[in-house]
Ligand binder design. Sequence first.
Ligand SMILES: [Zn+2]
Length: 280
Amino acid sequence: MTTTPGTELIELETGVFARLHEGLTNAGIIIGDEGVLVIDSLRVPSFARDLIQDVKHITDKPIQYLVDTHSHWDHAWGNEEFPDATIIGHENCYNEMVDVEWNREWREKVVSSGDPWSEEAGLVTITPPNLTFETSMRLYFGGRELHLRYLGRAHTSGDTHIQLPGDGIVFCGDVAQDGGIPYFGDSYPEEWPDTDDRLVNLPVERFVSGHGPVGAHSALEEARDFIYDLVGALKSAASEGKNAQEASSSTIAALTPRYGGWRSFERLEESLPEVYGKLA
Ligand SMILES: [Zn+2]
């Protein structure tokens, strides 16, 4: 099967695919009886069209549903390419996607980054979900139950976890990665540890993250430990009266032995002072 260069389609269970994109953003594809459910529409319309093309390699059924794991541009700015699908997201994901100022800042950042998709990002019609939920929603789809869960604020205010109870799988967006450091810019570090506990307590064996490989439950626990350790180190720095820069340095030193080899670890230097500001 030829898919978009840089991507890999992994069939986790019959009709359940992780579509991993090396160094970029992952998606999910679940085949139903009459149609398909896609998880995340990716960064710009051309990326969404590539994803749709890859779905067509698997099945000729139409895409009925799109679920946004969260509002971030690299997960949801392809939404406009799914005009015939019902777009599902958490209510807070909707609220973020209709926040004009918030999106203006994001667009400025992506357009000015000089990446191959920057120019196209300037043309995106940001398209929020048209069906939202607050705590939980179930879809009975293709003979399986899909449990969409809101577990609290974490990576953003509106992270959706798509649990497949019969398969022991969860798609968790950017709340957890297998061996990768998440982006903290729009995060809620005070609440993230509790949200992670709820995620870890789901009866799953595997998880598909928004970035990086498919992980086992042990990697989910490690991702939870990382958030605990990070928040704990920043809070103890605060209690010692350290400033943001000092707190950031001591936290990185504390995290390096266990997590220094994780993807994007070097990003912490830039992001931690802001996270500290939210906790101190
Ligand atoms: Zn994200």
